[in-house]
Design a protein around this ligand. Structure first.
Ligand SMILES: [Zn+2]
Length: 432
């Protein structure tokens, strides 16, 4: 059943234009995916909602859009160059990597799979960072990396942001962008990809345990709440504390927000206490002008995967019964907000009126609006349900007489009759 659900989502994503395999006409490329017209809207909606809640609705967070390619010194100082060049083996069950020469870590990991036989990949001398060569001259000067996390951009711009804005501790820097990693074994559809998008907050606090603990708990609650507000089922979510052997090199402590995916509980956002690891390594301090003191702030990070969120929102929204398949996506995330139909494609007055409503809704700035005049109404409803469109409007012969239309609700399939004059205000209410 669970495997089945995954297959259905993968097929639906391709058929309806959410997600395609990368470079498919040339045989594809492992670990890379392309988002089609509807997937692009879904991802954009997720990012917009995140930005709204993390930046627009707060007064202690500012935004940043740092470059993907950075001076290679950044990755040396951040510890990424040294931390990932060990011979690594990867657990084929859960994809956790450990050093092939670390017996303790291997034993500790085997304990997490009590009853299962664990297979490991062969040891590989491996750096997760993807190398990039700049310019036409091969050589050390021109070699750097594609960023392995978007995080470092926030640290190397820490001083710039303090100097150019009015932030005071505690404050955060929010960022959304692409990152790249040499995943040994990409898989589970888009879940483990080599190119992926992150949405991250680096939140700087005074270096005190009480402060760090307070904000760590605060952000845990915020982030879980955000997914639930956007429709994810509470019982499909949980937090899991990192054991010491699985913590990243920068983390003081860490908890994963996990989703109950068909392939098992899977991390898609991490809340990390990075301590003073990064600012300390970059030799950056914060000057408190009021208290006349200088210190290295600690960082509480929320690091979410946009692609993983998109996948889990899709899985969570999938519903089917004997009659139809429905993506019960939250209206804020649905790729199309409303679809408009003329009852018959060959009756010009119906088409004209439907086009008029369609153009009007487009001008309302509520998101993407659809128009469909193919086949019969039942087929159009089916088609819109399958991509999660919350509302459909049908212009019929009664519309021509009394200037009303039917509005059909995706989840209840109930229809109501609405005056055309009220359509715009109706949707601005229902969609916001
Ligand atoms: Zn494992």
């Amino acid at each position: 059943m669970a495997e089945n659900l995954m297959d259905k989502i993968v097929a639906l994503c391709k058929r309806r234009g959410f997600i395609y395999p990368g470079s498919e006409i040339y045989g594809g490329i492992g670990g890379f995916w392309d988002y089609g017209p509807l997937g692009t809207e879904l991802k954009r909606n997720i990012k917009n909602e995140w930005w709204k809640s993390m930046v627009y609705l707060r007064d202690d967070v500012v935004g940043l859009d740092a470059a993907i390619v950075m001076n290679r010194e950044v990755w040396k100082v951040s510890g990424h160059v040294e931390a990932f060049v060990d011979p690594l083996i990867e657990c084929k069950v859960c994809h956790v990597r450990v050093r092939a020469d670390n017996k303790e870590d291997i034993a500790a990991h085997l304990k997490t799979h009590k009853d299962i036989q664990v297979d490991w990949t062969k040891p590989q001398k491996f750096n997760l960072l993807v190398r990039a060569y700049l310019g036409i001259i091969e050589g050390k000067q021109s070699e750097t990396f594609l960023r392995g996390e978007i995080t470092q951009g926030a640290f190397v711009n820490f001083q710039n942001i303090i100097n150019s804005s009015r932030v005071k501790i505690p404050f955060g820097i929010a960022q959304i962008g692409k990152a790249f990693r040499n995943e040994i074994t990409p898989g589970s559809f888009t879940y483990r990809s080599r190119e992926f998008e992150q949405m991250e907050l680096e939140f700087f606090v005074r270096p005190k345990d009480s402060e760090a603990d307070k904000w760590f708990e605060y952000w845990k609650k915020q982030r879980m709440g955000w997914y639930i507000d956007l429709g994810m089922k509470k019982n499909h979510l949980r937090f899991r504390k990192h054991e010491s052997y699985e913590k990243a090199h920068y983390a003081k402590y860490a908890e994963d927000l996990e989703y109950n995916a068909p392939f098992g509980w899977s991390e898609f956002e991490g809340i990390h206490h990075r301590g003073d690891w990064d600012l300390g390594r970059h030799k950056l301090m914060y000057k408190d002008e009021d208290l006349k003191e200088e210190f290295t702030p600690w960082v509480i990070e929320t690091s979410g995967g946009v692609d993983r969120s998109a996948l889990f929102f899709l899985l969570d929204a999938y519903y089917e019964d004997k009659k139809r398949v429905v993506l019960k996506l939250h209206p804020k995330l649905a790729p199309l907000k409303v679809a408009v139909f003329p009852l018959l494609a060959n009756k010009l007055p119906l088409v004209k009126m439907a086009k008029g409503i369609y153009d009007n809704l487009k001008a309302q700035n509520i998101g993407m609006i659809g128009f469909d005049d193919r086949g019969n109404i039942g087929k159009r409803y089916y088609s819109q349900d399958e991509i999660g469109t919350p509302f459909c409007i049908t212009v019929d012969f009664q519309s021509l007489e009394d200037k009303t239309v039917t509005v059909r609700d995706r989840d209840t399939t109930k229809q109501e009759r609405l005056s055309i004059d009220d359509v715009a205000s109706y949707f601005s209410k229902r969609l916001n």
